[in-house]
Design a protein around this ligand. Structure first.
Ligand code: SAM
Length: 288
């Protein structure tokens, strides 16, 4: 197996945590996602994965968290694609996530994975090609790349594990640009509260020597005020029992169902991180 030397500085390095988590999950029994493409890509990465070990989170807990979040966003992606055979998907800050292979979108879907150039180079070396799929090497907050994407609605914008890395003003301006570029669509993203950003930055400082998170969102409706076309339709705490209960029996560590229920009673814990869905524009009515 050819090894690929991967050197990713700053926020880009965090994409390796996600790949490692998905690969560990693929080898677990039971597995949440069974993502063999991620496992194969991870095996080819020449990188010291012991760097990713956190003294605060066990590798197993980290892997379950990564796979549970990915499974949740996969389900929202599948909901959208079940309603729209013809669509554009913008997978922002895609990192080393093999989502396009897990979802296997139909022929009417154009899928774009966007990340910073170093990550896109690593993706080109690690993953096979896919039909109707394009990689874009850019910062999502640079205006130029979006102008090159046909504004063919509906669009699904996926920003899993991204917003917190963006400078807040640039992030708000970016989501405004998206809702101006496309007539209608759905945006799914996750947020960290101010406390969540402080806690994760503390961990990142210890592991990578830098606090990388910049944008805290305490109330996901803040984004509606910044982008008037967005309407928030769903907010689900990342620690919600709904996230844990959706996992295969035996996949989550013991006690996680109890902790998920406990967190609902403690708002600062419940609100550390949220999975959020927005709609914009109306689009044609979906008939079933
Ligand atoms: C925690 S990783 C998440 C990766 C992937 N979404 C996942 O959940 O597996 C954060 C990703 O955001 C990317 N990122 C950070 N700032 C970015 C920006 N301004 N434009 C594009 N990607 C960015 C990083 O390079 C990294 O791949």
């Amino acid at each position: 197996m050819t090894q690929v030397k991967v050197v990713l500085p700053d926020a880009m390095e965090t994409s390796l945590i996600m790949l490692y988590g998905l690969a560990m999950d693929a080898r677990a029994n039971p597995s949440i996602l069974g993502d063999s493409i991620a496992a194969h890509a991870c095996d080819r990465v020449d990188y010291d994965f012991t760097r990713l070990r956190s003294p605060l989170v066990s590798p197993k807990d980290m892997s379950v968290k990564v796979a549970a979040r990915a499974a949740f966003f996969d389900a929202w992606t599948n909901d959208f694609l079940a309603a729209h055979d013809e669509a554009t998907v913008l997978h922002l800050g895609a990192g080393l996530d093999s989502r396009v292979w897990r979802i296997a979108p139909g022929p009417g879907v154009r899928w774009y994975d966007i990340d910073l150039p170093g990550v896109v180079d690593a993706r080109r070396d690690l993953f096979p090609d896919h039909a109707n799929y394009q990689l874009i090497a850019a910062s999502v907050t640079e205006p130029g790349w979006l102008d090159r994407i046909p504004s063919r609605p509906p669009v699904l914008v996926i920003a899993q594990g991204l917003t917190m890395y963006l400078p807040p003003d640039d992030g708000r301006a970016f989501f405004r640009r998206i809702t101006e570029h496309f007539d209608h669509g759905t945006v799914i993203l996750d947020t960290h509260s101010r406390l969540g950003v402080r806690m994760v930055n503390g961990m990142l400082k210890r592991q990578f020597g830098a606090a990388l998170l910049r944008w805290a969102i305490d109330d996901p409706r803040e984004l509606e005020r910044a982008c008037p076309r967005l309407r928030c339709t769903d907010v689900v705490s990342a620690t919600s029992p709904a996230v844990v209960d959706g996992l295969p029996a035996g996949a989550a560590p013991r006690g996680s169902r109890f902790f998920a229920r406990l967190a609902t009673l403690i708002p600062p814990m419940r609100d550390l991180s949220a999975h959020v869905r927005y709609e914009f524009g109306t689009g044609p009515a979906v008939t079933s």
